[in-house]
Write a protein that binds this ligand. Structure first.
Ligand SMILES: Nc1ncnc2c1ncn2[C@@H]1O[C@H](COP(=O)(O)OP(=O)(O)OP(=O)(O)O)[C@@H](O)[C@H]1O
Length: 311
């Protein structure tokens, strides 16, 4: 059985359908990234998976327990670690006292090991903590009872790049130990570095679930060409050329087509230099949602006009 199975999960807040008939499942031993822009419905899914909110329709199971079944959920709770998006600590206590309390509730076999990696200042009151320190305290809390499944809402927000990297390394080690990780993010780079698969949610609907490699491949490559004479968009009017931009003798575009066609087209020019890279994952994400930069620009422009008209 899958570690998480989401079946037609739907949550409406009045008129707003924050989760609309979601379907996906996550295998044991998988790191799954749940991606989407602000307000797309990620936290709503997570709150339902943890049993904090009841679905309007559909359901999900975590470690075999139906999220609508409080008793079943209680039985597996000890095997789940959870990091909320905005942890609501009692900030009058010290970090150490908070971990002591949590440890008494659910166990803390890995506390010291985690504190070697993430080092919140335990002797200080949580109210004096920086955002990053709070996040590290939350991470230690989420993992210290050695759960099989860890659910996290934007775990790296507030962590500096070194801590983020340490966190990614840690997640990969957890996966090697057979743990399952589900976390939400809107930082695509981090998802790419650590996840096996991603689910993309937009306006409450699941746009896709796929392997990170496939997602990147679909996004094409970023091509930069330096030619002796300036290259125009017309001269490279091929299938798969998107977002063409040029400045002087430097042109760049995203390419999802056949390289042989591209090189045949370029052979009409004296090429001084060419670079082919993976596109930034943000761009992959945007492409995935459809439209070229121009179309997206036009869409934004229309949105702005509508906003102006509404005033
Ligand atoms: N308790 C609530 N009552 C009413 N509407 C809500 C409630 N919680 C969330 N929403 C709405 O549901 C939608 C999804 O919100 P949600 O917090 O799940 O998104 P998110 O993807 O986690 O966003 P973010 O990345 O900003 O945290 C939004 O339109 C939000 O305004």
């Amino acid at each position: 059985m899958a570690a998480i199975e989401v079946r037609g999960l739907t949550k409406a807040y009045g008129e707003t359908v924050a989760n609309d008939r979601l379907e996906f499942s996550i295998d044991h031993g998988e790191i799954f990234g749940y991606l989407g822009p602000n307000g797309s419905g990620k936290s709503t899914t997570i709150r339902q998976l943890m049993g904090f909110q009841t679905p309007t329709e559909g359901t999900a199971t975590v470690l075999g327990a139906d999220v609508r079944d409080t008793r079943a959920l209680r039985k597996v709770r000890g095997r789940i670690g959870f990091l909320p998006g905005e942890p609501a600590f009692n900030d009058a206590v010290t970090g150490g006292a908070f971990l002591d309390y949590q440890g008494r509730l659910k166990g803390d076999a890995r506390r010291e090991e985690l504190l070697e990696l993430f080092r919140p200042p335990l002797e200080r009151k949580i109210r004096e903590y920086s955002t990053g320190n709070k996040q590290m305290l939350g991470i230690v809390q989420a993992f210290m009872h050695d759960p099989d499944l860890i659910v996290m809402d934007e775990p790296t927000s507030g962590l500096d790049p070194l801590k983020q990297e340490a966190f990614n390394r840690f997640l990969r080690e957890e996966r090697a130990d057979g743990k399952t990780v589900f976390f939400s993010s809107h930082v695509l780079g981090e998802v790419r570095r650590v996840c096996d698969r991603v689910g993309i949610i937009r306006d409450g609907r699941l746009v896709t679930v796929e392997h990170v490699g496939d997602l990147l491949e679909r996004g094409g490559k970023r091509v930069r060409v330096h030619t002796e004479t300036p290259l125009t968009a017309d001269e490279i009017d091929l299938d798969g050329v998107v977002d063409f931009e040029s400045e002087g003798r430097e042109a760049q575009f995203t390419f999802t087509g056949d390289y042989n066609d591209l090189f045949a087209e370029l052979s009409a020019h004296r090429v001084i230099d060419v670079e082919i890279d993976e596109p930034p994952i943000e761009e992959v994400f945007m492409h995935f949602y459809g439209g070229t930069k121009e179309e997206r620009g036009a869409e934004e422009e229309r949105g702005a006009e509508e906003e102006r008209d509404a005033v």
